[in-house]
Design a protein around this ligand. Structure first.
Ligand code: BG6
Ligand code: MG
Length: 218
């Protein structure tokens, strides 16, 4: 098998939006009188919006405080804060090494896709001005089973017309690495806090992404 496609996570891989997710959850948590810090925020990486809120509630022993509808409303409030914050993003916020890496891959005929469970992914890509670099952008609204389920990575491979074994997945979150493994793809972990499955290729930052080195793994 040879490498045919690169499938990128967005938040924490193409750009550092984790800080905005943190600030938006923090604003909501403060309003509701709940404890929330950077350590809890780590647990939310790669986790869906509603499950993120459940984690915050659990940490505050408040799981049963709201109906599912109320939880939805509050999680949407966080999203309103987040949407306002990300409007500051510009192409300068693309993480180091990403543009040369994608450019080299594309020049070598490799297809690129985005596998983000963020419903804000299209807007973030637009603000970074990189939507056109991708042959396929998964629609988070259609993903039934969030990471660590492999669905979103398998959807990308299928849409591009390749076998999972011909794809490399790039992630910053443990849930994402597990999803890539379950999909049967090679996983590249960027600054992942490993709690279970270790990435096949471990990098400390996106600046270490090297196309020629990576293609040798497939
Ligand atoms: C992931 C982030 O990419 O998207 C999570 O790592 C976030 O922190 C999730 O909760 C869902 O994002 P959104 O924008 O749909 O709330
Ligand atoms: Mg991520």
């Amino acid at each position: 098998m040879s490498l045919k496609a690169l499938i990128f996570d967005l938040d924490g891989v193409l750009t550092d939006t984790a800080k905005y997710h943190y600030l938006a959850w923090k604003k909501l948590a403060d309003e509701l009188g709940y404890y929330f810090d950077e350590e809890i925020n780590e647990l939310l990486k790669g986790v869906s919006r509603i499950n993120s809120f459940e984690i915050i509630l659990k940490k505050n022993n408040a799981t049963d405080k709201y109906t599912p509808e109320e939880k939805e409303t509050l999680a949407n409030k966080k999203n309103d804060y987040y949407k306002e914050m990300i409007e500051q993003l510009t192409p300068d916020d693309i993480l180091e090494g990403i543009l040369p890496f994608i450019t080299e891959a594309r020049n070598n005929g490799i297809k690129c896709a985005v596998a983000s469970i963020s419903k804000n992914a299209p807007r973030v890509l637009e603000l970074l001005e990189i939507s056109d670099l991708f042959d396929y952008i998964a629609d988070a609204a259609l993903v039934k089973q969030p990471k660590p389920h492999p669905e979103i990575f398998l959807t990308c491979a299928k849409a591009l017309g390749f076998e999972p074994s011909e794809c490399i997945g790039i992630e910053d979150a443990q849930a994402g690495i597990e999803a890539i493994h379950s999909a049967g793809m090679l996983s590249v972990g960027v600054n992942v806090t490993v709690t279970s499955v270790k990435p096949d290729v471990v990098l400390n930052s996106t600046a270490e992404l090297n196309f020629e080195k990576l293609r040798k793994y497939c």
